[in-house]
Write a protein that binds this ligand. Sequence first.
Ligand code: ADP
Length: 621
Amino acid sequence: MSSTNTPEKREFQAEVSQVLDIVINSLYTDKEIFVRELVSNASDALEKLRHTQLTEGEVYQSNLDMEIKIEVDEENKTVTIIDHGLGMTREELHENLGTIAHSGSKAFIKALEESQQKESPLIGQFGVGFYSAFMVAEEVRVTTRSWRPEGENLVWISDGKTGYEIEPAEGEVDRGCRIEMKLREDCEEFASDARIKQILENYSSFVSFPIMIGEDRVNKIEAIWRKKKTEVSDEEYNEFYKFSAKAFDEPRYRMHFSSEMPIEINALLFVPAENLELWGMGQMDPGVSLYCKNVLIDDKADGLLPEWLRFLRGVIDSADIPLNISRESMQDSSLVRKLNKVVTKRFLKFLASEAKDDVDKYKEFYGKFSRFLKEGAAVDFDHRESLSKLLRFESSMTEVGELTGFEDYLTRAKDGQDKIYYLTGADRAAIEGGPYLEALKSRGLEVIFFFDTIDEYLLQHLREFDGKQLVSAASSGLELEDDDNIETEGDALSEDDMSLLTEFLTGELGEKIENVSAGKRLVSSPAAVMTPQDGMTAQMRAMMQAMNPDEPLPPLKVDLEINPRHALIHQLSDARENNPELAKLVSVQLLDNALLAAGLLENRNDLVSRGFQLMEEAMKK
Ligand code: ADP
């Protein structure tokens, strides 16, 4: 730790300057959010101190008041927010108040870049944490002393423009932070006790430490997750969500429950309105805090819930968790594992009933959060079954945009149908235009459509539902019953001609395909390629190529099915005898067309030049 008596000047990290520039110049009307942001930082620092005291034993000045004080100087136009929480060391000042660590602020910058709006109502949707002080202040002084015995008394000073300075603090400094804001001329309205009280009224009831203005205590303390559902209003729930998740949206779902067995739990969980991972922000941190009888144990409790539930926000409180459990030992704790299991199960049950009760609302949720459910169904064996019931998709029996699930699929399945059929593709049109669907459709079999990039990954792990195997309709192992609806009389090639033709095709195409056979499945297409059950689909190959652009892909493994009833196959059979050169050309083109339809054609040049050659042939007199 560097200790010096001369002021240390630094510039802000570029992202901080970007945020500050917007914060300072914003005409944003809800400037008052700075109170909420700073009080919530103070409250975090106090919660963390309480926990540090339990795990570390020794902290500097262990007997200070656990409260948040707000001092308003109407004459000098200053507002000061004081807490005796963790405080900060010199390094922490640089790291926390000179760079951006807070994911909300990162989201803010990102959204801002995307929206290209400089004057932005977006601030209100994100919250810029500590930096919001500069919405109202021309100068901010943070006087601080860390809880660590070796800490220094320091002042951090900035006008929010050029950078900041850190110097030794004069006089006595208590542990914690004292944040003094010299208000800008146009923000002097905040130099008023009454105004600050009014701002605090909205949400301060969730701050679990007394907030004092002078001698007055502004808030009563409530842990709403330990109250009965009937005692909490929708507004209170929503405000609590915003407070605890530092969010500015309204939650999409909330689940509040308590249980005594197998362990005592009070849980209040929220699904946010937006999925920030869809905004390209990288993986979210877990957002459910662990409490023991109202005392915060960990605000980003890793391992408290499965990773695929990282989108949840809220609180799990259990009186059975030892207060001094450390972050490291949490994941090994059998109590935490039990909590994890009970809460996850409850949440999945909750989602299942929501999916039934309000289909449209669930669909909207699914549109934004389905990736997490798919991720869970792929990786989490314990919850795979419940998760797969929550999956939704379009199918050959739904309208465009309408969704169905596996359970509904099975209610429509034919008697004795022991498989669930699916196709993957870029979109619905690509699947419907391909050669694979018709055979199943004409037999009255429903085919699920998977379009999402993560679906391939899901399907590698999710191999069955309710004891029925999931099978690709493009796989060569697919066995279908004879179909009475398909005209088979008369115009199929004779078996002899067929075997001569397959022999010919195997000779011509042998290097490119594994096997040629007469397909029962084709109706209007002359031919189609099928991928073996263990082969790679087009999407998987595209994914591999994207991940390793320089590595050649492993050779394709496909089977070719030809349709003995199709006119083109009849003509090809004739040409094999009468015009073998043309037959060779057509064979290769037939395969390339089939590969193209399957999304598996990797070299298009030959297809095009051969196409021209064939046109020429066709028009020869
Ligand atoms: P966030 O609180 O979301 O992380 P902020 O920009 O508000 O983002 O704060 C950045 C960091 O500064 C906090 O994570 C915390 O480590 C530190 N900090 C802010 N206020 C205080 C405070 N009153 N006491 C101790 N540390 C603080």
